[in-house]
Design a protein around this ligand. Structure first.
Ligand code: MG
Length: 260
């Protein structure tokens, strides 16, 4: 999964390109979120990604990646990640994780958000909010001089403190000229361990959390990962640069105060 054991450090020039890639991706995700409504087929959301990225001058990163058949992963309710867009229609109360990536001028950006269709149950709402908070907390821990395990441990503590579990089978990753680079970024681990973070590292931090057990299984389509116990799952992700000034969210929408 990871191209090299070396963490690729990005120059200021490369970061500027990645910042643009991230802003494009954030804009595409915003269009997808606007399209989420009862009666929408998940393949319709994929079409939004294709047209938005094309309009913005970027290529979908997931289409054809290791054979993935679409540009967007749509993971509904008990699906954790890698859901394949289909004719299946969204219904009121569904919890929908949207994960997308793009390639722009040789660099990748990767992000995910979990949103509700119509009205969510309080439990689903709390799960999605906790995943989002865990992402924010993980990002805040990605300071130069900190250890990667500080990020992992902060995410795990927040999620488990809320009574939810952290998925073990899938993790975040470095990102740059490859979609998946070193190092793996688990959402569980020990503070004070792992590589020391330094300016120029870019990490895709992506907590995947379940309402029940952390165990996952893959559906017969070969892609969709679901919770083994059928409980709900949520996923948030940002592409984050470690800078001398602290963590910078590259997938933030430009000109907005919200983080996507
Ligand atoms: Mg990712």
């Amino acid at each position: 999964m990871f191209s090299t054991k070396t963490i690729e450090m990005k120059s200021a020039t490369e970061l500027a390109v990645m910042r643009r890639a991230g802003a494009i991706l954030a804009e595409a995700l915003e269009a997808v979120v606007r399209a989420v409504k009862p009666g929408m087929a998940t393949v319709g959301l994929d079409r939004v990604v294709v047209s938005e990225l094309s309009r913005l001058g970027a290529k979908p990163a997931f289409l054809g990646y290791r054979g993935f058949p679409a540009s967007l992963c749509v993971s509904v309710n008990d699906a954790i990640i890698h859901g394949i867009p289909s004719s299946a229609v969204l219904r009121d109360g569904d919890l929908v994780s949207l994960d997308l990536g793009c390639l722009y001028e040789g660099f990748y950006a990767d992000m995910a958000a979990t949103v509700g269709v119509g009205r969510l149950t309080p439990e689903a709402e709390r799960l999605a909010r906790t995943a989002r908070e865990a992402l924010d907390i993980g990002i805040a821990a990605a300071r130069p001089g900190a250890r990667l395990g500080d990020v992992s441990a902060a995410i795990q503590a927040h999620v488990e403190g809320a009574g939810f579990s952290v998925v073990r089978d899938f993790v975040g990753h470095g990102i740059g000229r490859a979609l998946h680079e070193e190092p793996p970024v688990p959402n569980y681990g020990k503070a004070g361990t792992g590589p020391r973070l330094a300016p120029g590292m870019v990490l895709a931090i992506e907590p995947m959390i379940n309402a029940g057990s952390f165990e996952a299984r893959t559906l017969q389509d070969g892609w969709t990962a679901v919770t083994k116990d059928g409980s709900l799952s949520a996923h948030w992700e940002h592409t984050v640069a470690v800078t001398a000034q602290g963590p910078e969210i590259l997938t933030a929408r430009q000109g907005r105060t919200a983080t996507w």
